[in-house]
Design a binder for this molecule. Sequence first.
Ligand SMILES: *[C@@H]1O[C@H](CO)[C@@H](O)[C@H](O)[C@H]1NC(C)=O
Ligand SMILES: *[C@@H]1O[C@H](CO)[C@@H](O)[C@H](O)[C@H]1NC(C)=O
Length: 429
Amino acid sequence: MLDRRITSLLSVLLCVSLASVSAFVEELDDSFMETRGADDIWLIKFYAPWCTFCKQLDPVWHQIGSELKSLGSPVNVGKSDATASTGLAKEFRVRGYPAILMLKKDVKYNYSGPRTKDGIMDFAHRVGGPLVRSLRSLELFQHAMTRHDVMFVYVGATSQLKGNYTSAAEELIVHTYFFSATRDVLPKAISLPSLPAVVVLKDGTYFTYDEEHDGDLKMWINRERFPNYFKIDSYTLYAMGESGKLVMLALVEEKNLCDESLRYKGLVEKVAAEHRETYSRNFYFGFMEGSDYINGLVMGEVIVPSFIVVNLSNDGYFLPPGAVETEHHLLDFLNGVLDGSIQCQGGNGVVQRIGRFVYDTKVTLTPVFSQAPLLGCFLVGFPLAIAAVFCYLCCKARPKIGDDDDEDGVALLAPSLQRRKESANKKTD
Ligand SMILES: *[C@@H]1O[C@H](CO)[C@@H](O)[C@H](O)[C@H]1NC(C)=O
Ligand SMILES: *[C@@H]1O[C@H](CO)[C@@H](O)[C@H](O)[C@H]1NC(C)=O
């Protein structure tokens, strides 16, 4: 009896606390764009009622809402049912669920990282804060250095370069932080021959942007926004496509690395560090735990541990022609990729894309078939049956080619529509 009372009291408390948490997340509808304040900053999740990923994200979303509120963040948190508020979803060009976006003034920023609280909070802080953060003291500068593996800093007074830097920040703030500083707060290790300058601090050193050598500032930032060597997950690897560089990976086990894996990792790290002058223009280096993403790319099971170079601009990849035992072998592999003597495999041609779709479907369905064969048959058979009926109807509706003067095969359905309309008109006459 007492137990039951406690349970019901607890559940009431739980409901109350959930309700108060929910208050930190506003439900937005089509009127949102008219009613919001012009300077408001919003973090919005678009969902569909049937989407399970969206439901899984709900508790995280409430946490984010309450945490941002308690931190006094200027970021408002909202959610919107994209199937009900279709106008708003269209305005934000929502294509999949859940879609996570930020609206700051009139600029919309798309979040494409992992759907974790930390990932989304970092995004909200970065995009919600100032475009360019000013570091006013050496202490602040050093604190920022401890927190960021890659740091872009503008040094100097107002200039055209600063204008270009700010406009690059406006677009690329989704990916990285932008800082500014005066010369007197720079750590001693950084010496700049002339100002203004843009520098990137990474890999324990720094590089200065040179317009003549590096080209457009925005593209340079996009190219250089990753560390030279680091642990790469599938989201990051995908994002690295925009850098235009190739990625040299050591594929290792998800956990409990064997000696061989440790050796592979070490080899890549060594080459990355000792030959950065030669290769950093064309390559990023790293290691990846688990091979699911790469299996999808190569459409097969890659061996773990192994080496692979991926070209994310075209989904192509390169495999070493022989065993890689030494640093020398690895350098030969990199050179072979660069001089074209090692063939690029894969790619994003039509055949490759169809192949990848078939592979992904197979990988998704195989476990279903082994656990529940009937369900598997239904999942495969049902769409096939619909497709077959659809084809049948299309073929039936198609007019005989001799019936019209239109030689263009593509336009075949149009005349039949025209005819149907005509006969409909006749009926109403
Ligand atoms: C700023 O960008 C413009 C065009 O993108 C370019 O022509 C100009 O040289 C850049 N200025 C500096 C100082 O980088
Ligand atoms: C990577 O792909 C891009 C886009 O197709 C291509 O221009 C580039 O040459 C490729 N790089 C290598 C090394 O194959």
